[in-house]
Design a protein around this ligand. Structure first.
Ligand code: SAM
Length: 665
């Protein structure tokens, strides 16, 4: 992320206060660990939660997690990263039921699950939401969901009235209250009133008390019709759940083979609309019917269209092209299929040969936050080991100055202008650092991966720093409720280390907005940093392009500049805090060798030169030109000739440009 996105608006006094508070809280939890949970006064807890919710609704209470900033606008939620743990990958049916009374503090109750119902309104905070829940014995406890609070645009705690909590973790929140803590979305399973659990794809059944045998064709038909009605009303969550339940029931029913195909075809449509592209693709292909009649051709054409659209959304353009071609064979002349096939062919040209109309894209998308319909082009680069820097990207052919090096469509972008754009201060107890985390981007990436497991390896392979979180590659056992388990701690680390800020892209944004526009481009994330880079980024909507800033030879490593702060010490500090390294590029080695005094003197002169350039218009009087030359000479004098041979001298650029303009005029 760029430097300005990493600005922590806390005074040293506030930083110290936050650190002390967090240390006290961790100590408190350490002391409480392994002790039995104290039962709550249920009615009083529910009353208090209801009161807190009312107060929140009336705007009378502030988010208790907010810290720092002299105004509410500057304050940000504090998120503490401590003791990362792995999500549960075991299906509910293999877990044993437990009750709230059996819980111990600061323990992950492995091999167990809780079934609870919601008994108070949900309180929505910036980085968590909570409610009171009750188990079958009537005990009441607080249930808190951290960061990943939403499921398909709805707060997960608001989405249902009953839940299963897998491998419950009872902890103390920063306010000192006991709570069941959920960090991984797959550890909380909403249970719906009608017995249909959760709407997420995967083997749908979750309730070990619900193990029914095959349902009759009528039941399946009813579920399908309920699904169709929900789709019509744009209630996609219910539609997915109904179709899921219908398919689950039809697995044992061979009497109506065409019915299951219809349901797959319909669910493919809902999955497309809700971003479950993996499922849309496989459902659409499962819907293909045998038969040589017009109706079968039409229905299969529809299924291939949905499979093609899903493949397109996943960036599998060859496959999309294949599906649209099959559709056109079945339904010749279909306008939509022809249009999509043309688009797909254009994407394949971009992907294979870098054929973009960049001028047109610039006109349309410079300073825009619209998503660009374009493919990624990475054929000129290869991922290899980079001595001392982990992995890096290398050029596989000579690239001239100004040439397109690569182009990548974002996996996710969180735009500053987005309503849900939130950045938090995350205090990582593993290294005691406080960083700005683009929470909305972490959420968006988690949601995308949770919906599309085929994208997980691409993101989870990225550098998560060290120490990384345990079992970061957890894959669920067969039969787990949802076929995706995302370790959100690991993802948080990956996004923190690999996201780019788009601040330079939106110069007109306010300071707070600027910080919030961030995105994840998984291929570009392998590019290492240098203060004297050979490539430079350009953002067009959510498309990230890199052009060569000097001629690049085949086999050369590609570098871009993560942080262009001129001041050596500030730059090194930012690189260390955000990415955990000190830069040892040729420029940094030269600047380090300059010593503090020379760096300070140069900085003073450069600041003076900046002021001069700002206030002195061209054409200028001779006396001003003389002054500019004198300043330039003084700055040049701070660069050691031998040490800086072949290196750029950022401090003189402004004056040189001014002098060039003064001469021309
Ligand atoms: C965005 S990743 C780049 C890809 C990474 N090298 C990998 O192996 O996946 C950023 C990380 O790469 C390493 N890195 C990048 N540039 C570096 C540099 N100039 N010096 C030392 N480490 C660097 C640091 O570990 C940093 O946290």
């Amino acid at each position: 992320m760029a430097a300005d996105s990493n600005t922590i608006l806390l005074t040293q006094h506030e930083v110290d206060r936050v650190r002390d508070e967090v240390r006290g809280w961790l100590k408190h939890r350490e002391v409480a660990a392994a002790t039995h949970r104290k039962p709550r006064d249920g009615p009083a807890a529910i009353r208090a939660a209801t009161g807190a919710s009312l107060l929140m609704d009336m705007g009378g209470a502030s988010d208790p997690d907010l810290v720092g900033g002299s105004s509410a606008r500057q304050a940000r939620p504090l998120l503490v990263i401590d003791h990362p743990y792995a999500p549960c990958g075991v299906p509910l049916e293999k877990l044993a039921s437990m009750s709230l009374a059996d819980l111990c503090l600061e323990q992950h109750h492995a091999g167990k699950f809780l079934r609870v119902k919601k008994v108070s309104p949900v309180i929505l905070l910036a980085t968590r939401s909570w409610t009171m829940v009750q188990d079958e014995a009537g005990d009441v406890e607080r249930l808190e969901v951290y960061v990943q609070t939403q499921l398909d645009g709805i707060d997960v705690l608001e989405s249902a009235s009953e839940f299963y909590v897998k491998e419950p973790y009872l902890s103390l929140n920063r306010q000192g209250e006991t709570m069941l803590r959920i960090d991984h979305p797959s550890d909380l399973i909403p249970r719906w009133e009608d017995g249909v659990d959760d709407s997420r794809p995967g083997p749908t059944r979750t309730d070990s008390h619900n193990e029914d045998t095959a349902a009759s064709g009528d039941v399946i038909l009813t579920l399908k019709e309920k699904g169709n009605a929900s789709l019509k009303q744009q209630d996609y969550r219910t539609a997915l759940a109904m179709y899921g339940s219908a398919l689950e029931n039809s697995a044992n029913d061979t009497t109506l083979p065409g019915l299951a195909k219809d349901i797959y075809r319909n669910r493919a449509q809902v999955s497309l609309l809700t971003g479950y592209f993996d499922q849309a693709r496989s459902d659409a292909l499962s819907a293909i019917l045998d038969g040589q009649d017009e109706t079968t051709y039409r229905l299969n054409g529809k299924a291939y269209f949905r499979a093609g659209c899903a493949a397109y959304k996943l960036g599998r353009y060859e496959e999309a092209s294949d599906s649209f071609t099959k559709q056109l064979q079945l339904v010749p002349g279909d306008r939509e299929a022809e249009l999509y096939l043309r688009r797909t062919t254009a994407r394949i040209g971009e992907q294979d040969e870098g054929k973009y109309n960049i001028r047109k894209l610039r006109v349309k998308y410079a300073s825009s936050s619209d998503p660009v319909d374009a493919a990624s082009y990475t054929a000129r680069t290869a991922l290899r080991e980079s001595p001392g820097l982990g992995r890096g990207l290398f050029a596989v052919e000579d690239i001239p100055i100004g040439g397109l090096v690569m182009c990548e469509k974002a996996l996710c972008v969180s735009w500053s202008s987005g309503e849900d754009s939130v950045s938090a201060l995350s205090y990582d107890t593993r290294d005691n650092e406080i960083r700005v985390t683009p929470i909305s981007l972490v959420k968006a990436v988690t949601a995308k991966l949770s919906k599309n497991p085929s994208l997980i390896p691409k993101v989870m392979d990225l550098d998560g720093g060290s120490p990384s979180t345990p079992n970061s590659d957890t894959s669920p056992e067969p039969g787990a409720e949802n076929n995706t388990v995302v370790n959100t701690f690991h993802l948080h680390d990956i996004v923190t280390l690999n996201a780019f800020a788009l601040s330079s892209h939106t110069p007109s944004d306010s300071e707070k907005q600027k910080e919030a526009s961030t995105g994840l481009w998984p291929h570009a994330a392998y590019i290492n940093h240098s203060c004297t880079p050979n490539i430079a980024p350009e953002f067009l909507g959510d498309l990230l392009l890199f052009h060569a800033t000097r001629p690049i030879k085949a086999g050369e490593e590609l570098f871009h500049c993560y942080n262009a702060t001129r001041d050596y010490d500030a730059r090194q500090a930012a690189l260390k805090t955000t990415w955990g390294f000190r830069c040892k590029c040729a420029l940094c080695i030269a600047e380090e060798a300059d010593g503090v005094e020379v760096r300070k003197r140069r900085e003073e002169l450069v600041v003076k030169a900046e002021g001069f350039v700002q206030r002195t218009a061209v054409p200028a009087r001779r006396v001003a030109v003389v002054e500019a030359r004198r300043l330039l000479g003084a700055i040049e004098g701070t660069y050691d000739e031998v040490r800086y041979r072949g290196l750029s001298r950022a401090g003189i650029r402004g004056l040189e440009e001014w002098l060039a303009r003064a001469k021309v005029n």
